[in-house]
Design a protein around this ligand. Structure first.
Ligand SMILES: [Zn+2]
Length: 442
């Protein structure tokens, strides 16, 4: 393997920048406790109540799902929350307890790993520290030395390197293959997205090494580009300080609030239509869009690669931005609900999304269902997101946000129990196999 190849094109982006990490953590450096936090799902009665809820909980950790607006309420605010008289359903009576149950010691033993072999699948029984993930990716690449390259795309705000891995077969014309592009760990707390991209990489490498006909065909026909950690600072912060952190860790002037939502910061239709709540201009909000389109170091780094791939001869055939939770496949657009702006190829996009969802459901033995549709139709307005950008700016044929398990906070939300990692990664691979077989031409 050609180790740590830096894309010449991207060289200026890795220029060093000195950062005081203490300072960047902002006012909060002690570990955040969620003991006694209650998670509620709220259904707004009408538009004005929806606006009230959004404003009232703008600085809380929230998630909008198809079943309602989910918010974690601190124990000392539960009474005043109930006095608001909202149509709210209790999903979890102790988020802290869910986080404690999630925190299982790894079964995976790195010291038993044989150099040049694929890592043991016990990796998927628990979650792992950030440094161990970096080692895991190096072990994956070392098991596929002639058919993988590791690239440095640039630095995060806290100077962590953002890596991309290129996986390819022996056959096929270099630079003339349709691109398959995956992004993981965009939102810091969505840990299952990290496991899924790792398992997909493991399956590709294992299939090619064992001469599996189907996988060999895929690696010879497509070029695979994987960015496992779009937001390494945020992910690290969820492990050291705040399990429910979503954004990056970039401070802004004139505010003590930290972080920009990297999935509202992409430049295509950044900000969205006024009054739709597609992104926030409040730096304290979980969906803060930044001060200018694409003004985060992480999106600058990652978009340089996407821009290059978008201009390649066959272009980006399938882009998947892995997220959780909600069990949905979202296609463009999210920035508008005006159907005249819908992609001309939307019927084809939905056909592939349906096939993927069916394949996941067919494999699954837990009776899981996956919805699919445009972001606008089945989720909510969101502007400056990765899928709209990869479709709008780079012309990806299929451009998705894949919201992984579970459906609600009641089933763990972002804190998916570790025993669910293994079934989820396998189900998602069944979906991806279907996709790779069915986007051959478009
Ligand atoms: Zn997300």
């Amino acid at each position: 393997m050609k180790f740590l190849t830096t894309l010449a094109l991207l060289a200026p982006l890795v220029a060093s920048r000195s950062v005081n990490v203490e300072e960047s953590l902002g006012p909060r450096t002690e570990k955040v406790s969620y003991n006694g936090y209650q998670v509620y799902s709220i259904r707004a009665a009408d538009k004005s109540e929806a606006e009230f809820i959004e404003k009232r909980f703008a600085t809380y950790h929230t998630e909008v799902t198809s079943r309602g607006f989910e918010v974690a309420i601190p124990p000392n605010e539960v009474r005043s929350f109930n006095e608001l008289g909202l149509n709210a359903r209790l999903l979890s009576d102790d988020l802290g307890e869910q986080i404690r149950r999630e925190n299982k010691a790894p079964v995976y033993k790195r010291w038993l790993h044989k150099a040049g072999h694929l890592p043991d699948l016990s990796w998927y029984q628990t979650y792992h520290p950030y440094e161990d993930h970096l080692q895991y990716w190096d072990d994956l690449a070392a098991a596929f030395p002639k058919n993988s390259k590791k690239y440095e795309l640039g630095l995060s705000y806290e100077n962590r390197t953002i890596y991309a891995f290129h996986l390819f077969g022996d056959k096929g014309e270099k630079g003339n293959k349709p691109i398959i592009l995956w992004h993981g760990t965009v939102h810091a707390r969505e840990w299952i997205s990290t496991a899924v991209i790792e398992y997909w990489a493991w399956q590709l490498i294992n299939g090619y090494k064992t001469k599996n006909k189907e996988i060999t065909k895929f690696l010879d026909y497509y070029d695979f580009w994987l960015v496992p950690f779009h937001n390494p600072d945020g992910f690290s912060y969820t492990q050291t300080t705040d399990r429910m952190w979503r954004k990056n860790r970039l401070p802004r002037s004139n505010t003590t609030c930290i972080g920009t939502d990297l999935n509202r910061n992409w430049s295509f239709e950044w900000g969205g239509e006024p009054g739709t709540g597609a992104a926030s201009t409040n730096p304290c909000s979980d969906t803060f869009q930044g001060l200018a389109p694409g003004d985060t170091p992480e999106n600058i780094a990652v978009s340089s690669l996407s821009n290059k791939l978008g201009k390649s001869r066959k272009g980006i055939r399938s882009y998947i931005d892995l997220h959780s939770y909600g069990q949905k496949i979202l296609t463009p657009p999210g920035w508008t609900c005006n159907t005249s702006q819908y992609p001309a190829t939307l019927p084809r996009m939905l056909e592939v999304a349906e096939g993927f969802a069916n394949a996941v459901q067919a494999f699954d033995s837990r009776n899981e269902t996956y919805q699919y549709g445009t972001g606008c139709d089945i989720e909510y307005y969101s502007a400056g997101n990765g899928r709209d950008h990869h479709y709008g700016a780079y012309g990806a044929d299929h451009s998705w946000t894949l919201e992984l398990d579970p459906v609600t906070s009641g089933q763990g939300g972002f804190v998916l129990p570790p025993e669910n990692i293994w079934p989820v990664v396998q189900e998602q691979w069944a979906g991806e196999l279907w996709l790779l077989n069915n986007v051959w031409k478009n």
